[in-house]
Design a protein around this ligand. Structure first.
Ligand code: ASP
Length: 335
């Protein structure tokens, strides 16, 4: 007996995968139906419904667009076996992280994908990426994922690490959720199942600032952030979480930000492994000022989680922000 075809919703948002040359360079121009057509025979193995949501280079995808995407997924979640979202690669890891929090406990696979070359290009990687994304979307594995170059990454563990190579994304501090080889799609059997009802929590606090420290960074910038009423700051600190206090005293500014009700998260500039603020004097001094440690989260996950957590909490309730930030929500942190 022939297996029933899986119902897949294809949501398109633009990106290189759907791009066409214009007088000003590449810009998204292809619609979802054209993507499906160019995908060829593979598409006929699924019952695909197309919905064109946005047509943007992903540099233009911001929290407002994350909300549009999250709402579209949430509304459609009971009508499909899985959802594939095509998206530009440049900010796809931010979107996949944000959706991981906005759509906690989603019961179907939601798989973002894109390409380094337009699906219209003779050497495109889009067909391969869509194949993997469709297979993952049809697999019944719940969660938000990013499919690229025959691998599947948990949404809040993805980082874009290359500009042109087809191996553009890495699964940071976490094994692949799935990969493809001659044996088919291998899905990590230890992926967690949802542990409650799926709720749409799409609100995001926009007043979050990311600082990448450089030697000699001027701490005065914190005065401006307090003045502008930012609610959250993520600091990409050195190594295990080092910040300077000699000559330019960042530590006293951390105290000032904390007292102004700003949640300050410290993560590492290193892509791999975890922060450990307890290890060095500089880190311990920062901890004494009330900063929150992000451990092995990616910067993308730390920023989007902070935006998300701040939107759930009453302003100034830093204790609840700290507790929620430290709790593993979608696989973003190895406690
Ligand atoms: N600039 C494009 C985007 O992010 C790059 C890509 O899709 O690969 O929309």
């Amino acid at each position: 007996m022939q297996e029933e075809q899986k119902r897949i919703l294809l949501l398109t948002t633009g990106g290189t995968i759907a791009s066409l040359p214009t007088s000003q360079g590449l810009a998204p121009g292809l619609e979802g139906d054209q993507l499906v057509q160019l995908l060829g025979r593979i598409a006929s193995q699924y019952r695909i419904t197309v919905r064109d949501l946005l047509q943007l280079d992903s540099s233009n995808i911001q929290p407002e667009e994350w909300q549009v995407i999250a709402e579209a997924v949430y509304q459609a979640r009971s009508d499909y076996d899985g959802i594939v979202i095509t998206h530009g690669t440049d900010t796809m890891a931010y979107t996949s992280s944000a959706l991981s929090f906005m759509l906690l406990n989603i019961r179907i696979p939601v798989v973002l994908t894109g390409a380094q070359l337009s699906i219209d290009h003779p050497l495109t990687d889009a067909v391969d990426n869509l194949r993997t994304a469709l297979a993952m979307a049809a697999s019944g594995t719940p969660g938000v994922f990013l499919a690229f170059n025959r691998t599947v990454i948990r949404g809040c563990r993805a980082v874009k690490i290359r500009t042109t190579n087809f191996s553009a994304f890495e699964s940071v501090n976490s094994p692949y959720a799935a990969y493809v080889d001659g044996g088919g799609l291998h899905i990590d059997p230890s992926l967690p199942r949802p542990n409650g009802p799926c709720e749409l929590r799409e609100q995001m606090c926009r007043e979050v600032f990311l600082i990448k420290l450089i030697p000699g960074f001027d701490p005065e910038i914190f005065d401006l952030l307090v003045q502008r009423r930012y609610r959250g700051i993520v600091i990409e600190a050195f190594g295990s979480g080092g910040l300077h206090f000699v000559r330019r005293d960042l530590i006293s500014k951390l105290r000032m930000a904390h007292e102004a009700g700003i949640a300050v998260v410290v993560c590492s500039q290193c892509l791999y492994e975890s922060s450990n603020l307890s290890l060095y004097q500089t880190g311990q001094k920062a901890l004494e000022q009330g900063v929150i440690e992000s451990y092995d989260m990616t910067t993308e996950a730390a920023v989007t989680k902070l935006m998300w957590v701040l939107a759930q909490m009453p302003e100034g309730d830093l204790k609840s922000v700290r507790e929620c930030f430290a709790t593993n929500m979608a696989g973003e942190i190895n406690a």
